[in-house]
Design a protein around this ligand. Structure first.
Ligand SMILES: [Zn+2]
Ligand SMILES: [Zn+2]
Length: 662
């Protein structure tokens, strides 16, 4: 047999021409797929002289995607085994898992998932090889005549060569056969691949749930049934993932919002539009009050603007050009009619605002500005309305009406570097004050195809953002070409208590709006110059940040944010009056304290306080009353007895003032 010379993971290797990557990596079960000359390939792919082969581990992003897609494949095979005549849609990998769309004879129910899962386990155990087979359009159409959705995809695939630039061989039409023990195909699917070498390389998987989904995402198409699943390199990782989901479920702000009586989404108002109840109102006000104080310290000036405006403003800003579908449709107002019903004066279009920036620009423009006034920092808790698709709405973290803690900073080019640096420090410190401590930064740079403004300005602003980011000593992820067309941006990503990442603040340089609004200032030399504009929202929106903090703290807010900071629980009724006076003194000292004067027994009151996640239970019995003291019971269950009343008040006031968790 002839020999070929190739490179494997950087080292030269000579081998028989019929050897495949699956043989080369036979000793390392972690290698499940490979790159050959840069393109992702099955381990069964044939090699040629001079090929450069790189191993890909199952735990790498590519490896995980191939594992999950292959598991989707196995699921489709199992579904067709268990429910003949089920038609196949598509089955891609997604974050943490995969799905496959089906057109079943009967809608799937939870019992079906159990059956499908056990059929999948059998296929995995058999170790069926995934074999790639190149076919022609004519052949594929014949072979897949009974699969109308796959049939349709073949048509879309287009002429050969179309995708060749993206991936070598990508223009080929391929079918994957699963080979049974005897080497004969037991099941086939139209797919581009690649896949795991065989089904036995699927270490751990689970089917999660079903959902309805339109074929190819359009409501004009038939409704299909989607099954979601997850797959991991080990059972331990699968278990950890399922635990994380269970933990996230317990912390879900939508559930805690109801349990803790914080907010709701009344049907009568409409989806994505929340009302905050008194307890949620307290948390929200505490969040806003502190933010206001900190912004005042940083020399922000507070402004207010209306919720709706004539269309012209959003024409000037460009929103109606590139953001119209995210806006609520216009209202036509002030139309005047003649007696016969014909229009004398046409009406004006008014829009709910999706953003505050244009209003702040009008405030800037309301009079001439001098360099002496810059940087000018305008801040507003500005409520905006965005028509989000109902499918993406998610409690208060993704709503249709929400309030941004929005600021726009107008400065000179020379001031930009210093401004961005102090801004980022301010943003991170404020987030830390609310209890988030783990961050990384993402820098979005110019998309070479799509941008406004001068190259030099972009370079300068991007460099300023990079400098500011580097100065924070945090991990910096580059989002190359990911900036919006009007300027580069830094976003702050925060990790919560269970390790999930949330995008929080954004700091966005804007070269476009100052131009569109013709913003100017008079410079030291008397010339008229254009200011730089920086957009920044620190929480994103108050509602969203509220939701994130609720999940981060699992509803057990630190005392400074807790709706009720202390609850009085008498050991028996006879101590109610004494404890009532203590609670009164606490309220006088500015503590949000309440007495539980209900008929419940003490143990029930303690349980209720635990359910409400109140930081301090203030308990009084005979000894406490005699000593002029109280006992504290904390959320942890820990208890501290005989605390003199003044000390008890001082302890609560201290943790509130220092914003520490207890
Ligand atoms: Zn596939
Ligand atoms: Zn803005």
């Amino acid at each position: 047999m002839a020999q070929i010379s190739i490179t494997v993971d950087g080292a030269a290797l000579k081998l028989e021409a019929d050897q495949r990557p699956t043989h080369i990596f036979a000793d390392n079960k972690e290698v499940v797929v490979c790159r050959v000359n840069g393109a992702l390939k099955d381990l069964w792919t044939e090699l040629s002289d001079g090929d450069v082969v790189e191993s890909i581990l199952i735990s790498s992003p590519d490896g995980l995607a191939v594992l999950r897609h292959s598991t989707a494949h196995v699921m489709a095979q199992a579904v067709q085994e268990v429910y003949a005549n089920t038609r196949l849609g598509i089955g891609p990998p997604i974050k943490d898992g995969f799905y496959y769309d089906f057109d079943p004879v009967n809608t799937f129910n939870p019992d079906d998932l159990v059956k499908i899962e056990s059929a999948m386990r059998k296929i995995v155990k058999e170790g069926q090889r995934f074999r790639r087979r190149v076919t022609t359009e004519t052949e594929a159409l014949k072979e897949l005549a009974h699969e109308p959705y796959k049939y349709e995809l073949i048509g879309i695939k287009g002429p050969a060569g179309e995708e060749a630039s993206v991936e070598v061989g990508g223009s080929e039409l391929t079918i994957y056969d699963n080979l049974g023990r005897d080497g004969n195909p037991v099941w086939s699917d139209l797919c581009r691949g690649p896949h795991l070498p065989s089904t036995k390389h699927i270490p751990a998987f689970k089917l999660m749930r079903t959902a309805a989904a339109y074929w190819r995402g359009s409501e004009k198409n038939p409704m299909l049934q989607r099954i979601y699943g997850t797959a991991w390199p080990s059972q331990d990782e699968l278990n950890a993932y399922l635990e994380l989901l269970a933990e996230a479920e317990k912390r879900d702000h939508r559930r805690l919002g109801t349990e803790l009586d914080l907010f709701s989404f009344p049907e009568e108002i409409g989806s994505g539009l929340a009302v905050f109840h008194p307890k949620g109102g307290i948390v929200r006000r505490a969040m806003e009050d502190y933010s206001r104080i900190r912004h005042e310290e940083e020399n922000y000036e507070f402004v207010y603007s209306p919720h709706l405006t004539k269309a012209a403003l959003f024409e000037t800003s460009g929103h109606l050009q590139w953001y119209a579908e995210g806006m609520y449709p216009p209202m036509i107002l002030d139309e005047e009619l003649n007696a016969d019903g014909t229009v004398r004066k046409p009406g004006q279009q008014y829009y709910m605002k999706p953003m505050n920036c244009p209003f702040h620009n009008l405030i800037y423009k309301s009079r001439g500005r001098s360099y002496r006034e810059l940087p000018l920092r305008l801040f507003e808790f500005g409520t905006v309305y965005r028509y989000e698709k109902s499918g993406v709405l998610h409690g208060i973290t993704r709503a249709r009406g929400f309030t941004q803690d929005d600021a726009h900073i107008y400065c000179t080019k020379e001031q930009m570097v210093g401004e961005l640096d102090s801004l980022l420090t301010f943003v991170l410190n404020l987030l830390r004050d609310y209890g988030l401590n783990e961050f990384y930064l993402e820098l979005s740079t110019k998309n070479q195809e799509k941008f406004v403004g001068e190259d030099a300005d972009w370079a300068e602003a991007t460099e300023a953002l990079r400098k500011a980011a580097t100065a924070q000593n945090l991990e910096l992820v580059l989002d190359e070409g990911g900036a919006a067309f009007y300027g580069p941006k830094i976003s702050v990503q925060a990790k919560d208590a269970i390790g999930r990442t949330w995008q929080m603040s954004t700091i966005q340089v804007d070269f476009q709006l100052p131009q569109r609004f013709e913003l100017e200032y008079s410079a030291t030399d008397g010339t008229r110059q254009r200011p730089v504009m920086i957009h920044r929202a620190l929480f994103g929106s108050i509602e969203r940040f509220f939701g994130v903090l609720t999940e981060h703290y699992s509803g057990a807010f630190p005392p400074w944010l807790a709706p009720v900071q202390a609850i009085g629980i008498p050991v028996a009724d006879t101590f109610s009056d004494y404890l009532g006076d203590v609670i009164k003194a606490m309220r006088k000292a500015g503590i949000r304290a309440e007495l539980d004067a209900s008929d419940d027994r003490m143990q029930k009151k303690v349980r209720n306080a635990q359910m409400q996640k109140i930081p301090f239970m203030v308990i009084a019995g005979e000894e406490d009353q005699k000593a002029g003291a109280v006992s504290f019971r904390y959320r942890s269950g820990e208890q501290k007895n005989g605390i003199p009343i003044t000390d008890a008040i001082a302890e609560i006031k201290k943790v509130v003032a220092e914003r520490t968790q207890v």
